[in-house]
Design a protein around this ligand. Structure first.
Ligand SMILES: [Zn+2]
Ligand SMILES: [Zn+2]
Length: 131
């Protein structure tokens, strides 16, 4: 029987989550399957996976790094208050990608438009503060 490595479990859990977790958030999830894993191991494996291009590291506005298990081209909307990141499904991304590849001759590693805004949760929070 093949032994699943820690890295494979980290990758599996990250791909399952659609929330673009921070290393700490992912650690909490991975710990349920690997009770003895350390946060340092999670950090190290995330760095290796992102160097290998198997996951994406998201660094928006100097906030805590988040990780994305979905490496297909897609866009993100980022909350400027809490740092939450959601995927945006657009077909136009692919069109822009084709233009860049065809006219600029680049091999594209990563692509997507980044939107910034205030998420519904933060909007609710600021509303209830005012009332
Ligand atoms: Zn928010
Ligand atoms: Zn994403």
């Amino acid at each position: 029987m093949r032994i699943t490595s820690q890295r494979e479990i980290i990758l599996e859990e990250l791909q399952r989550l659609k929330t673009h977790p921070t290393a700490d958030e992912l650690y909490e999830v991975v710990k349920k399957r690997l009770p003895r894993i350390s946060i340092a191991t999670v950090y190290r494996n995330l760095e290796r996976l992102s160097e290998a291009g198997m996951i994406h590291k998201l660094e928006y506005g100097g906030r805590q790094k988040r990780f994305d298990g979905d490496t297909s081209p897609h866009s993100h909307v980022v909350c400027v208050r809490c740092g939450r990141i959601s995927d945006v499904e657009t077909r136009d991304d692919m069109e822009i990608l084709d233009i860049v590849v065809d006219s600029k001759g680049y091999q594209i590693l990563k692509c997507g438009v980044q939107f910034e805004g205030i998420c519904p949760f933060c909007q609710e929070r600021s509303k209830s503060k005012k009332d």
